[in-house]
Structures are given as C-alpha cells and as structure tokens.
Design a binder for this molecule. Structure first.
Ligand code: HEM
Length: 264
C-alpha cells in the first residue's frame, strides 16, 4: 500500500515538473535576434482616452490579462516592449515581436488586441520585416569589415529608434558593385558611432510599403542625431525616397513598467 502511494506521489510530482517546465519554456531570444530568416513585427499602439476613465481596480485586472497573453506566446515569440508616451502625441507604446514564423507574430498580436486593454488600443502603425545576411559587407575592404565588428559599449542603451526606409527605383537599378560602393560610404560614416549606437536591419520589400525597417538602441540620442546627419551627407542618401514618416522614438521598458504607467 505504502509503495503504491509512493508511486502515485512520484507520478504526480513528475507531471507537475513536466507541466511547469512546458509552461515556462520560452523562446531563445538571443538566437532569434541574431539569426537571419527571423521575422520582426513592430506594432505601435495608442491608448484610448476612455481607458483612463475606468477605475484603477478594473485597469489592474486588465493589465494582469496582458501578462497571461505574453506568457502564452513566450514559447514561440520574443517580445520587447517600449514606452512612447510623453515623447510623442501619436502613440503610447510599441512592441517588437520576433519569430521564425510571421504567423506566430500575428497570433500574439491578435490575442493582445483581444484583451480588455486591447479593446482600448488603436494600432496606429505596424511594420513587418525579415532579418537577412549582410549583402554588401563581404565586399568592403578588410579594415572596414574589422571596424564594423567593434562591439557596442556595455551598459544600458535605454533609447530605441525605428526608422522605415524606402529606396527609389534608381537604387534597385544600380548593379551590385555600384551599390556596394555607396554602402561602403554609408558604413564608413557610421564608424565613429559603433560604440554608442546598436543597430538591427530588417528587409521589408514586398512585405510592407517600405524596403527596410531600421532599428537602433543608444544611451545618447545626441550621437544618433549626429550619425544621421553624417549619413544624410553620403551619396546613398539620395536614393532614400522615404526616410521615417513615422520615426518612432521611445524608451526600452519592461512590460511591468508600461502596465504600471497604464494602471496608476
Ligand atoms: C551605427 C550605425 C550604423 C551602422 C554601423 C550601419 C552599417 C550598415 C551596414 C554595414 C550596412 C550594409 C549591410 C549589408 O551588407 O547588407 C547597412 C545597411 C543599411 N543601413 Fe546602415 N548603419 C548604421 C546606421 C544606419 C542608419 C542611422 C540608417 C538610417 C536610418 C541606416 C540605414 C541602412 C539601410 C536602409 C541599409 C540597407 C541598405 C541596403 O541593403 O540596400 N543605417 N548599414
């Protein structure tokens, strides 16, 4: 009898361990953010003024619901959250979602919009893109390739900037060698900023109305301002048909902090 009870207890314990393990399995974020072939979706949201008319208790219950949705999708998508409120009148926060299946990004966002808070959200803009291997870097001189490997300074880089870009038809009609020359100029202009500006490039041609979604993190917005001025003075910039519009500037914040701001 004692033996049978022990077996039952053991089986129950094993089930708990396995189920808890499954429930907490999360996607390998570092891998998703560094590999080619991964889809990135940027979704920007504005909170409707009626949200603030709800009492605090209701807003807190609604905020807890969001955490459940994040947990549910954590196995397939990596989710980063950003606060925009205060830095723009156009939106309050945005999420950047990565996964190997674009549809997984969609599933998460549909569930997010289906929550109580979601019904108070206006999705002001969304961008989709895919990370790819470098097109031009292998054709750059060795010293520039080495310089581009300079790691960003350690430490927090709380500001995030997203700039969608569309190239003109002339750009795509240039041959690979001509584009490489212009991109070499582009890359050379960025060298002074490698330590203070971290970047990630998404290709969006055919998936969105833009060709690229560029994403940056920095602790010094002043550096980013100078970097873009430097890039605007390169010949490659002549081929930028659309630059920004919108330019999205926010701060990287954990979800809890954003929910706290929305439930104060
Ligand atoms: C530290 C800052 C930056 C560095 C180190 C950097 C470096 C590079 C490099 C090496 C490439 C070529 C990638 C390849 O071989 O495919 C590239 C592409 C690109 N960069 Fe930058 N960049 C920086 C900032 C910017 C900024 C501020 C913008 C505009 C907002 C920008 C827009 C682009 C675009 C649109 C491409 C893709 C061009 C194409 O494939 O046709 N970059 N960047």
């Amino acid at each position: 009898m004692f033996q049978r009870n022990s077996v039952i207890v053991f089986v129950l314990w094993l089930c708990t361990v396995l189920l808890t393990g499954v429930a907490h399995a999360t996607v390998d974020r570092e891998k998703l953010l560094s590999e080619p072939g991964v889809y990135g979706t940027f979704a920007v949201f504005q909170v409707h003024e009626d949200w603030w008319k709800l009492d605090q208790a209701s807003r807190r219950v609604a905020a807890a619901e969001i955490k459940g949705v994040i947990q549910k999708h954590g196995e397939r998508v990596a989710i980063d959250t950003y606060l925009l409120r205060g830095l723009t009148e156009k939106a309050d926060f945005f999420v950047r979602v990565h996964s190997t299946e674009l549809m997984s990004n969609q599933h998460f966002l549909v569930d997010l919009m289906g929550t109580t808070l979601g019904t108070y959200l206006k999705n002001t803009v969304t961008f989709n893109g895919i990370a790819k291997k470098a097109n031009y870097v292998p054709g750059f001189p060795a010293d520039l390739q080495t310089a581009l490997k300079t790691p960003p300074d350690p430490g927090p880089k709380p500001y995030a900037i997203v700039i969608p870009i569309r190239k003109d038809a002339d750009w795509w009609l240039l041959d690979q060698a001509a584009r490489t020359t212009l991109m070499q100029e582009h890359a050379a202009a960025t060298v002074p900023y490698l330590k203070t500006v971290k970047r990630k490039l998404y290709h969006a041609t055919g998936l969105d109305d833009v060709d690229f979604i560029t994403y940056f993190e920095t602790a010094t917005p002043a550096d980013f301002n100078n970097l873009v001025i430097g890039l605007e003075r390169t010949r490659e910039n002549r081929h930028n048909k659309r630059f920004g519009n919108p330019t999205i500037l926010g701060t990287i914040r954990p979800l809890d902090e954003i929910l706290d701001i929305l439930t104060r």
